[in-house]
Design a protein around this ligand. Sequence first.
Ligand SMILES: [Zn+2]
Length: 78
Amino acid sequence: MKCREVVELMTDYLEGALTAPDRERFEQHIVGCDGCRAYLQQLRLTLRAMRSVEGVPIPDRVQTELVRAFRNWRSASR
Ligand SMILES: [Zn+2]
């Protein structure tokens, strides 16, 4: 699984929406990838903060913004 796929699955992962095989592949990547692990942590905190404020699911637009920010960060760190 590539970083891009992992990022796209992150919200599903945090919501427990992944199938068992996907979750396993996701976790295998997270264990070996510092960037994705840090991003997952950040996303988890962000989702929690947003839920506590608004009490609503994350809009797709926000998820897209997060994914874009992460991609920029990945390419900038190379
Ligand atoms: Zn990664």
